[in-house]
Design a protein around this ligand. Structure first.
Ligand code: GLN
Length: 486
């Protein structure tokens, strides 16, 4: 049962062939049996989950029958959940319990979803492997010595291993799409402002966006329906109306123009990944799309610009963790200065400290023009590059990541880790939506294809991804860890 998609589970719940309590218990049992090893979850809140499941079953017995009613999901531990810890994968917040729910959490709760718990992530979402978590790394269900990607690696691996029906993630530079690629699941990064950031703990506020990690594009559409839309509590959330994202899934792909950026298929790309993405392009062509070679001349500038802007914003966002208002406080401070210094020194991990230092440096009065301002100008050029491309094509197809999941501990130098996001960062700088869909395997490890669209075209991305999934079975493959599960 737990191997089923959300739409299948919704049917099973609706016909009464399973109850939400039974389903929730089945997921909890599975988490208990394999997650000590896999470490997808930081917190599993069994009691809350079963209470919510009972409420869902009661509501159903009174005649409520909505798609998400009683569906067990998980939240990346960056979303505030009232009454359950929200740690951000950090020692700084290891005991933090939020007094309120993030809007994304509240909306999914209002839709009837059951929250199983909170998933592991890189500390404050900084990373591409989930190895930067205070709670230890998560393992990839496709290879126990491999990373699940990051920073939403806990969510992606939990979906892949059948530890939840679907999960939320956040994407600042690729953190939904890259782990989706590594774990063989579907991950959607919505347009900036489409999903409320209220209660989603900030990393880089002008780039962060929440979105779904799911088994299929159809399931991702179901989650997006619940979480998208204006939120008066988030001044950067847009008031443009949403659509029913499940409605456009079956539209044919005729007249669709797909751009293949020459710069993304350079000689640096592993030829095996290139072959898979080219096959994906041909499969979409067979479904009626036209392929067009395009240029994204500025794409190589995305990475350096991102690694100025994101740390700059992170350094200011993380200044709130001062040992006073909330979070970790060092023992026996000598004075105020000592308390600030030691609380932050002891509470943050190395990657977070590295970003705070880079960001503070880039924002210094003397260097601001040379780094931050220049990076913002590059950001504009990257956006223009995409805008120009979308004059001639409807969507862009590219690899999600240059590689498959690498081994735990393999990337020692931070720059090699930063290069993981070379195909995803530009999308965040431009604020546009992107999706990663399972597109093949290399040596038994999944690899995703990324589709990118203009602002607010999530419906189109989900439509293409769904059509592709109707005609391929990469997304149906299961890691051996979940074989034999009913
Ligand atoms: N890997 C990128 C970083 O470390 C992106 C992270 C993210 O999207 N949250 O910043």
């Amino acid at each position: 049962m737990i191997e089923k998609t959300v739409s299948e589970l919704a049917r099973a719940l609706s016909t009464g062939s399973v109850s939400s309590v039974e389903l929730t218990q089945a997921f909890i049992d599975r988490i208990t049996s394999i997650d000590t090893q896999q470490n997808s979850y930081i917190t599993v809140d069994e009691e809350t989950a079963l209470r919510q499941a009972r409420q869902a079953d009661d509501a159903r017995s009174r005649g409520t029958d909505t798609l998400l009613l009683g569906i067990p999901i998980a939240h990346k531990d960056l979303f505030c959940t009232q009454g359950t810890k929200t740690t951000c994968g950090s020692k700084m917040l290891k005991d933090f319990v939020s007094p309120y729910d993030a809007t994304v959490v509240a909306r999914l709760k209002d839709s009837g979803a059951v929250t199983l718990g909170k998933t592991n992530c890189d500390e404050f979402a900084m990373g591409s492997s989930t190895e930067n978590s205070f709670f230890g790394p998560t393992r990839n269900p496709w290879g126990q010595n491999r990373v699940p990607g990051g920073s939403s690696g806990g969510s992606a691996s939990a979906v892949a291993a059948g530890l939840c029906a679907m999960a939320t993630g956040t994407d600042t530079g690729g953190s939904i799409r890259q782990p989706a690629s590594f774990c063989g699941v579907t991950g959607l990064k919505p347009t900036y402002g489409r999903v409320s950031r209220w209660g989603m703990i900030a990393y880089a506020s002008s780039l962060d966006v929440g979105g779904p990690l799911a088994k299929t594009a159809h399931d991702a559409a179901i989650m997006l329906n619940a979480i998208a839309g204006h939120d008066p509590k988030d001044s950067t959330s847009v008031s443009i109306s949403t659509e029913d994202y499940t409605q456009s899934l079956d539209a044919p792909l005729t007249n669709l123009r797909i751009g293949l950026p020459r710069q993304y298929f350079s000689k640096d790309l592993d030829p095996r990944v290139a072959t898979i993405i080219q096959e994906t392009a041909r499969d979409l062509e067979k479904l009626g799309a036209t392929l067009v070679d395009i240029d994204l001349q500025k794409s190589t500038l995305s990475l350096p610009a991102y690694y100025v802007i994101a740390p700059a914003e992170a350094s200011t966002n993380l200044s709130r963790y001062d040992g006073v208002r909330y979070g970790y406080r060092c023992d026996d401070p000598l004075d105020l200065e000592d308390m600030y210094t030691r609380s932050r020194t002891e509470g943050f991990g190395n990657e977070v400290k590295r970003r705070i230092m880079i960001g503070t440096y880039a924002l210094c009065a003397g260097y601001y023009d040379a780094y931050y301002k220049k990076a913002q100008k590059i950001r504009r050029l990257v956006k223009q590059d995409f805008d120009n491309a979308f004059q001639n094509v409807d969507v862009i197809l590219s690899p999600t990541s240059p590689f498959t999941a690498f081994e735990l501990g393999a990337k020692k130098d931070p720059v090699s880790m930063y290069l993981e996001d070379v195909y995803t960062l530009g999308v965040n700088l431009a604020g546009i939506p992107g999706i990663s869909v399972p597109a093949g395997f290399i040596d038994g490890l999944p690899i995703g294809a990324q589709l990118i669209a203009p602002d607010f075209k999530e419906g189109l991305l989900l439509n293409i991804a769904h059509q592709y999934q109707q005609n391929s079975d990469w997304h149906k493959q299961k890691p051996s860890i979940s074989k034999g599960v009913k």
